[in-house]
Every structure is written in C-alpha cells, then in structure tokens.
Design a protein around this ligand. Structure first.
Ligand code: URP
Ligand code: ZN
Ligand code: ZN
Length: 466
C-alpha cells in the first residue's frame, strides 16, 4: 500500500476551507484531519508533501475539450498526449472531450475512433461526450447504449449547417430520447442558418477580416438560439446544458428559465471572461488567433458573465480547448474569415485565470473550486470521485501556490500551439504539485507524469438535478 500525506495547507473545496492534512492511500483520499492534530501527526507515509502557505485543492475538471478535433479541413493541434500533459501543468486532472459522430456514420464509429486516439496516451483521466451530427432512428437508439457505457452527454449544434447542424425536429427528438435515458443534452446555441446568410453577405461586400467573424455571429442570434433550445427542452421534458455562453442576452435567457425553476444550465469559458471583440480586431491577421464560436463579444458582455457566475445562473467554466496553430492553420482563413478554423487554446490556463478572478475579488475561493471542479464533476456524473477532496474520492489533488507570480506566454506554455491567447498576461498563483489518483504528475513544477497513466472514466448521468 502506498501512502502520501499532504501537510500544512489550506484545503479548499466547494463546501469549505479548512487547515487540514490529507492522507492518501492507494490513489484515494483516505482521511482529512486538522493540521497538527494528534490524529494527523500519527499518520506515517512513504511520501510527505509540505503544503505550508499553499492551497490544497481538488484537481480541475475541464468538461469541454477538443483534442485532435477535425475542423475546417484540419485538426486541433493538441493530441490527447500533448493536451492532457498541458492540462496537468495547469492543475486539471480530468477532461471530458467530445467524440464526433460524422454525418452518415454511427455513434459507435465515432466513439471507437476517439477511444483509439486517447487510449494509452493520456496523462490524466478522461471521459467522452458524444457529438450528434446525424440524429436518426438508429443514432437515437445508440444514445441509450452510450449512456449505459458511461458516455452520458450529447452535444447538438444549432450552428454549422451541413457539418454538425441539427434542425429543431432533430433536436427535439434527441431531447425526448435524453429525457428517457437520462442523457444530458449540451447545446451549441447559435442560429447557424441566419449566420450563414450574414457570412455570405459580409464576404460579398469584401468584409473578410477576422473581426467580421464576431460581427456576423451576432449576440441576438446566440440568445435566440438559447431561447429556442430552452423551449424545445421544456417540450421534451429534458434538462439542458448550454455550452460556451458568451452573450449577455443569452445569460438573460438562462436566468429567466432558471427563475421558472427549469433544469437549464450554462457554461462559459475564460476567453469570454478575459478577452473581447477588441482582440478579434487586432491589426493584420492577428485577430484570427481569437476566432472561436460563439465569438468573443464586446467587452461589456463580460460583466454579465461574471454576474452569472456569482448568482449561479452560470454554473461551470470549461475551456472549449480547441487549438489551431497560427502558422498553417489559422492562416487557412487569410482573405476569408469563414475559413479560419474555429477554436482557441486554453486547457492549461483555466485554473490560474480563475484564481486571478479570486485575487481580483470577482469570485470567492470556494466558488473558484465550485465552477472549475465540483460542479463540472456533478454535471457530468463524476462526483464525488472527482471534483472534491473527501474520503473515498480519487486523490486528484493540486498543491497551489496563491502568491507565485507568472506570465502566460507561448514561450513557456505546454500546449502544442504556436501562440498564446494571453501572451504577456501576468497572473498571481501557480500550480506547484499535482497528484492524479495519488501519483505525482507535476512535482514542484517538474513534469513527472506519463502518457498512459490517464484512464477512461465511465460517467454516471448528470447529478446536478438531484
Ligand atoms: O470555436 C469553437 N468553439 N470550436 C470548437 C467547437 C465548438 O463549437 O465547441
Ligand atoms: Zn460549440
Ligand atoms: Zn467546443
């Protein structure tokens, strides 16, 4: 039996903050006891981690990543190996990635392909959601099988006609099925049919720069789709999780639904909290670095997102990590913003950026852990195995130095992408040591993990409703 003790830190979970020592046995949290108490002093261990002056927090749970995702004729540049290693560097110990069903193919084919990409390559534990690109009788039946296999959430797109898009009828059918099999429908809520008209008009008028990506993907077309998704979910009697919310009008739709007591949930991402349409308008072709969908919004939307995170109208911050290199990938859209692959890197920086929000007084320490660890674990059926530090939980634990200073940069990050969306940004706080199931994957800022340590997680259905 292997035993590790973490001594002297402030243990922060979504529920409480306590000066406690943590005993880890065979990859699980075995016990917590007041630091220096007789009980804690009696613990013997193979390894002792001194966390004096540090936070001891659950490993981050990033519920929205796209490793090696095919998009716009290319693939997201992080593999499961490079992307999960970068996640570990940033204190994230679980990702839930999106397996993709291609049109005309079975869910099973997509899921098998994602297992092949991930298996034996991950530094941290991982689960899968399934992207439904082709809702039909057969894929609806397959949803039930996937739920039984621990793939308990399904993403649908109201955007990207001809690629991932589902019309309202298909969405309703998938929601009806989910209301029976317990799956959670995750929605990319943008009116893609209307957006495509505006894209065509913009290009015809010579408005081809990256900033027009943000201008045609209007906030009203996000809020309209969010409203429609909520009504369809109500009709189906299914819960709904809206991904990558960026528009203040969409937050208002979620708040209204939640005020009615509906099981409607919202996720936002660091890029919408810290970046804006000003980045999309950076000179030359620099704005391409910030092309993602939903798009970055004018800066005034940020206040509504922070407010939503404080009031609980938004529950989760995930990264939507979907990196494309500037050279050779983002450049595919020079002269035509609609050809810029959509997505941004971020899996490494979520915990730090949200800690910066704690430092800035935007959210509390416990809310930081709630939105980045505990709630995504609950939402995606992983709690309390993941997302907390409690007896019986996996020992996915981060020793976090709240006073360390760092500068985010492509020169020092570990993601396989040639730029940083946060180049030069100073943040306070840094990961020091990371345990994944009790095994150090980052040890005092050295990588000690290995590809293949990470295991596939079969997930329960959404626990947030209970
Ligand atoms: O631009 C984005 N978000 N790319 C990834 C795919 C998606 O819609 O989440
Ligand atoms: Zn999406
Ligand atoms: Zn995404």
């Amino acid at each position: 039996m292997s035993r590790t003790v973490i001594r002297g830190g402030l243990v922060v979970t979504a529920a409480e903050e306590t000066a406690a020592d943590v005993l880890v046995e065979d990859g699980k949290v075995a016990a917590l006891a007041a630091s220096g108490s007789e009980c804690a002093r009696g613990w013997t261990a193979d390894r002792t981690i001194d966390a004096t002056g540090k936070y001891v927090i659950p490993g981050g749970v990033d519920g929205h990543t796209h490793m090696e995702m095919p998009f716009g004729g290319t693939f997201a540049s992080d593999t499961f190996e490079t992307g999960t290693r970068a996640a570990a560097w940033g204190g994230t110990t679980t990702i839930v990635d999106f397996a993709v069903q291609s049109q005309g193919h079975a869910l099973r084919e997509g899921l098998d392909a994602w297992h092949l990409k991930a298996s034996g390559n991950c530094a941290i534990d991982y689960g899968f959601h399934m992207i439904l690109s082709d809702v039909n009788d057969s894929s609806l039946k397959e949803m039930d099988l996937l739920v039984d296999e621990g793939v308990t959430s399904f993403k649908l797109f109201m955007a990207y006609p001809g690629v991932f898009y589902s019309d309202d009828g298909k969405i309703l059918r998938a929601m009806q099925r989910a209301s029976v099999n317990g799956g959670l429908i995750m929605m990319h809520a943008e009116n893609g049919i209307a957006i495509d008209v505006l894209v065509e008009q913009a290009l015809a008028e010579g408005r081809t720069d990256p900033r027009h990506h943000g201008e045609v993907r209007k906030a009203l077309l996000e809020s309209e789709a969010t409203h429609r998704a909520i009504q369809l979910a109500r009709v189906a009697g299914a819960p709904l999780y809206v991904v990558h919310v960026s528009a203040k009008e969409a937050v208002a739709e979620l708040a209204r639904a939640r005020d009615l007591g509906l099981p409607v949930f919202g996720e936002t991402c660091p890029q919408y909290l810290f970046l804006s349409a000003d980045n999309l308008a950076e000179p030359g072709f620099e704005g391409a670095k910030y092309v993602c969908s939903t798009p970055l919004r004018p800066v005034e939307h940020q206040a509504a997102l922070w407010r939503g995170l404080r009031t609980g109208d938004l529950q989760v911050v995930s990264t939507d990590h979907c990196p494309f290199c500037f050279t050779g990938q983002k450049e595919l859209g020079r002269g035509d913003f609609s050809k810029i692959p959509n997505g941004m890197p971020g899996v490494e920086h979520r915990m730090d950026l949200l800690h910066q929000a704690v430092v800035d007084g935007r959210i509390s320490r416990r809310r930081w852990i709630e939105i980045a660890c505990a709630t995504p674990a609950r939402m995606f059926g992983l709690y309390p195995r993941k997302g907390t530090i409690a007896p019986g939980a996996d020992a996915d634990i981060v020793v976090y130095d709240p006073r360390a200073q760092q500068t985010l940069s492509a020169a020092t990050h570990h993601m396989n992408v040639d730029y940083s969306a946060y180049e030069g940004k100073r943040v306070t706080g840094q990961v020091e040591t990371v345990l994944s199931r009790g095994v150090p994957v980052i040890d005092r800022r050295e990588y000690t993990g290995r590809a293949g340590h990470g295991r596939f997680l079969t997930r329960e259905t959404c626990q947030y409703l209970i």
